[in-house]
Design a protein around this ligand. Structure first.
Ligand code: NAD
Ligand code: TYD
Length: 363
């Protein structure tokens, strides 16, 4: 079996769902269920014996050691993190605690477990660390995209904490021989994305008739990748990645934020026109019929990175992975998913998904 950390979050949940859709190899899912962890993401697995959910902290070494000893996983995939740049600006401490100290504690527990494995299991074991392109800092408009040898230059508390965790993983490979793999991926989008991040925030705010906040001039560029493509890349790296290596993962799809928001508004105008939505009365009272009209410019994020872009040539050359979705196909699926899962959105906005946690784990 495999052990996944952070499997109730956006990418982790998509990974667990994709994994169990393609294989019967069981998953132990260790997640602290912070505000970003949502068991509704895994509702379809509630009665599935292949999925064992454990509420806990990656920094709890005794818990991690006991999970490793009990379940003897052949691999650990480390998704758990504090992941939102704006939150890291308001309160960096949690990012250091989980992303740096938590990853360190996890590595220590894994090192002890791995050191005690029989030789064959020891060489087959993998620690796959899921990281971000944000560790490379920011690009100018004419700079070449990030490669695996681009120097680290993180600019936010979030990216600095992820950079630190990448360095620890690297050191555990070089010093102790731990069989590690690291992936640095660009911005993801897709189902179960928490609506604090740009794409789900715009979709949910638009439908609620709220303002669509664009930081600064909206010309910051991100390289968007559909989440199931990220999951496929991780499975590929786990299966065939070279030990100690890092692999950049990206969508070959750079877009300015304002263009992303325009695209979302235009898709919503077609799939959920205001005249046929709960906003029709507001339209009757004079609200503009196009969602684009809700776009509002707000104060820019401090230290806002201007451009990210990934050169995903290495993973394509070495492991034969490339994205299956284009932005056009992926973003349409994503908008449709949010339209089809209004209860999921309501539970997030009302906080009801947290009440389930209280009910289940309060005692
Ligand atoms: P997320 O915030 O949606 O989910 C994080 C999950 O980790 C949550 O379920 C949370 O409860 C859990 N968690 C947080 N602290 C924990 C702790 N101390 N112990 C156990 N569980 C804990 O994040 P995401 O967007 O799914 O990102 C997952 C990983 O992928 C992160 O490591 C992130 O840095 C990386 N990443 C994200 C993106 C992106 O666009 N979202 C891009 C590249 C890389
Ligand atoms: P985000 O989804 O927070 O991802 P990241 O900061 O990790 O790239 O933001 C994506 C881009 O969208 C980023 O340039 C910041 C911008 N943004 C806005 O313009 N308005 C918003 O309300 C949010 C949340 C983000």
């Amino acid at each position: 079996m495999i052990l996944v950390t952070g499997g109730a979050g956006f990418i982790g949940a998509n990974f667990v769902l994709d994994w169990l859709a393609q294989s019967d190899e069981p998953v132990i899912n260790l997640d602290k269920l912070t505000y970003a962890g949502n068991l509704n993401n895994l509702a379809s697995l509630r009665d599935d014996p292949r999925h064992v959910f454990v509420k806990g902290d990656i920094g709890d070494t005794a818990l991690v050691a006991s999970l490793l000893a009990t379940h003897q996983p052949r691999a650990l995939l480390h998704f758990a993190a504090e992941s939102h740049v704006d939150r890291s600006i308001l309160g960096p401490a949690a990012f250091i605690e989980t992303n740096v100290n938590g990853t360190f504690a996890l590595l220590e527990a894994v090192r002890a477990y791995w050191g005690g494995l029989p030789e064959a299991d020891k060489s087959a074991f993998r620690f796959l660390h899921v990281s971000t392109d944000e560790v490379y800092g920011t690009l100018g408009p004419d700079d070449a995209p990030f490669t695996e040898t681009t120097a680290y230059a993180p600019n936010s508390p979030y990216s600095a904490s992820k950079a630190a965790s990448d360095h620890l993983v690297r050191a555990y490979h070089h010093t102790y021989g731990l069989p590690t793999l690291t992936t640095n991926c660009s911005n993801n989008y897709g189902p179960y994305h928490f609506p604090e991040k740009l794409i789900p925030l715009i979709i949910t705010n638009a439908r609620a008739g709220k303002a669509l906040p664009i930081y600064g001039d909206g010309q910051q560029v991100r390289d968007w990748l559909y989440v199931s493509d990220h999951c496929a890349a991780i499975r590929r790296v786990l299966a065939a990645g070279r030990l100690g290596e890092t692999y950049n993962i990206g969508g070959w799809n750079e877009m300015a934020n304002l263009d992303v928001v325009h695209t979302l508004c235009d898709i919503l105008d077609v799939l959920d026109p205001k005249e046929r939505s709960p906003l029709r009365e507001a339209v009757g009272r004079g609200m503009d019929a196009s969602y684009r009209d809700q776009i509002t410019t707000v104060t820019d994020r401090p230290g806002h990175d201007r451009r990210y872009a990934i050169d995903a040539g290495k993973i394509e050359r070495e492991l034969g992975w490339k994205p299956a979705e284009t932005f056009e196909t992926g973003i349409r699926k994503t908008v449709q998913w949010y339209l089809d899962h209004q209860e999921w959105v309501r539970d997030v906005h009302s906080g009801d998904y947290l009440k389930w946690v209280e009910k289940q784990y309060g005692r």
